[in-house]
Design a protein around this ligand. Structure first.
Ligand SMILES: NC(=O)c1ccc[n+]([C@@H]2O[C@H](COP(=O)([O-])OP(=O)(O)OC[C@H]3O[C@@H](n4cnc5c(N)ncnc54)[C@H](O)[C@@H]3O)[C@@H](O)[C@H]2O)c1
Length: 260
């Protein structure tokens, strides 16, 4: 198997399902050697097995991105088993939709810990190692909620705006050492994440849960909801040599919903 990421070692956090799992599949189809990291080991194993079953190369690892030891151990093991890290995608994330005044310390901390501190810890682990070889590529998963504030999304928006600040800062700091750092800002993509929050979103808009996706569709200029493949294709482009002169960007993948 060969392709646009031929033999690159690529790490995807939160790779056990949803958008992360699709990025793993797409990268493997393009020849990458994929490390699927997830707090849910079984889910990560399933994705890695599926990739190996289609003649791709993948290993799975349990890793909680909020835990520095987990992250450093995973990075060490990946370099030991697969070779120098080339691409690291910070995709693991959590989302809670609730009125700001109901947001507890626990929900705030959990959101910021997984979405933003997790990316901080993983960027340190990845960049330290990338500096010791020929550079590399980091992709951080932000959101349209990283570009535009939204009611009932204060913690999530704060974390995803933060991701863009982190991305731009690292892009500048490490540009001269051959490390490119970009973010992706997806719109709505139906994944297991939505299974747990669709009722909260329906409550926010006074809709029935089954009306939520068509409500979103009616607001998207291109008239359709996003797919995990839409996001994975953007990640593939940013990870590939075709994006060699692109760093510090936050690429919208949202059917025209956000244009800045
Ligand atoms: N689905 C959307 O509509 C959408 C839109 C914009 C941005 N995003 C972002 O895309 C990313 C993926 O979202 P998704 O919809 O696929 O979500 P998902 O909930 O379906 O998958 C997230 C994965 O991250 C893993 N994870 C959670 N906490 C973790 C931790 N501490 N350490 C390691 N792994 C952990 C989960 O086990 C899960 O496998 C997230 O960062 C999310 O914020 C999603």
């Amino acid at each position: 198997m060969s392709g646009r990421l031929d033999k690159r070692v690529a790490v995807i956090t939160g790779g056990g399902r949803g958008i992360g799992a699709q990025i793993c599949r797409t990268f493997a189809e393009e020849g990458a050697v994929v490390a699927v990291l997830d707090i849910q080991q079984e889910a990560a194993e399933q994705v890695a097995e599926e990739i190996r079953g289609s003649a791709g190369q993948a290993i799975a690892m349990a890793c909680d991105v909020t835990n520095r030891d987990d992250v450093e151990q995973a990075a060490d093991q990946i370099e030991r088993e697969l070779g120098p890290l080339n691409v690291w995608v910070n995709n693991a994330g959590v989302s809670y939709i609730l009125p700001f005044l109901e947001c507890t310390d626990e929900i705030w901390d959990r959101t910021l810990n997984v979405n933003l501190k997790g990316a901080f810890l993983c960027c340190q682990a990845a960049i330290r190692r990338m500096l010791s070889h020929q550079g590399g590529v980091i992709i951080n998963m932000s959101s349209q909620s990283g570009k535009v504030g939204n009611s009932h999304y204060a913690a999530y928006c704060a974390s995803k705006f933060g991701i863009i600040g982190l991305t731009q800062s690292l892009a500048v700091e490490f540009a001269a050492q051959g490390i490119r750092v970009n973010a992706i800002c997806p719109g709505v993509v139906p994944t297991p994440m939505w299974d747990t929050q669709i009722e909260d979103y329906a409550r926010k808009r006074g809709l029935k849960p089954e009306e939520v996706m068509s409500y979103f569709e009616s607001k998207i200029p291109m008239g359709r909801i996003g797919t995990a493949k839409d996001v994975a294709h953007a990640a593939l482009f940013l990870a590939s040599d075709e994006a060699d002169y692109i760093t510090g960007q936050a690429l919208n993948v949202s059917g025209g919903s956000v244009m800045h």
